[in-house]
Design a protein around this ligand. Sequence first.
Ligand code: UDP
Ligand code: MG
Length: 157
Amino acid sequence: MSENFEKTLVLIKPDAIQRSLVGDIIQRFERKGLKLLGLKMMSLDEAVLREHYAHLVDKPFFAGLAKFMKSTPVVAMCWEGVEAVAAVRLIAGITKAREADAGTIRGDFAMSVSCNVIHASDTTENAEIEVKRFFNSDEIYDYDKTEYLHIYADDER
Ligand code: UDP
Ligand code: MG
């Protein structure tokens, strides 16, 4: 397998759980040609949120963000593909959902800068850390996806 294959973490946030968007969101990633390596529902506690949003703990909105992220379980997913981290961020759209491009998940499904339906890892370094933060190694599945023959050219696989 080419070294350009990356794993990335996506969380489906509580607003999307409440609004029954889980299926629609997963479908976006499946249709893109990404490979699902891990999927589970989980409740996030303050400790994991302080770690996951370490760059935001000092912001005035952090308490509200943590309360929101704890308000329902989230769906955690690990997706894989060539340069998947950037590809998933592109599909996600920018943080402020009401300004996100139409066609992106945030652009199509959300209006808020906080309740923006998904989290997606922002760099390959963070993706590695975040996949490990939310998944044990035995929860990440290795299997052949025959569809890859049609999703990538020979020299990309
Ligand atoms: N967030 C917020 N208010 C802000 C900025 C961010 O509530 O002014 C929340 C929002 O849910 C966002 C998350 O904090 O998705 C993480 O922020 P980041 O800047 O890392 O954006 P992302 O990587 O999610 O686009
Ligand atoms: Mg971020």
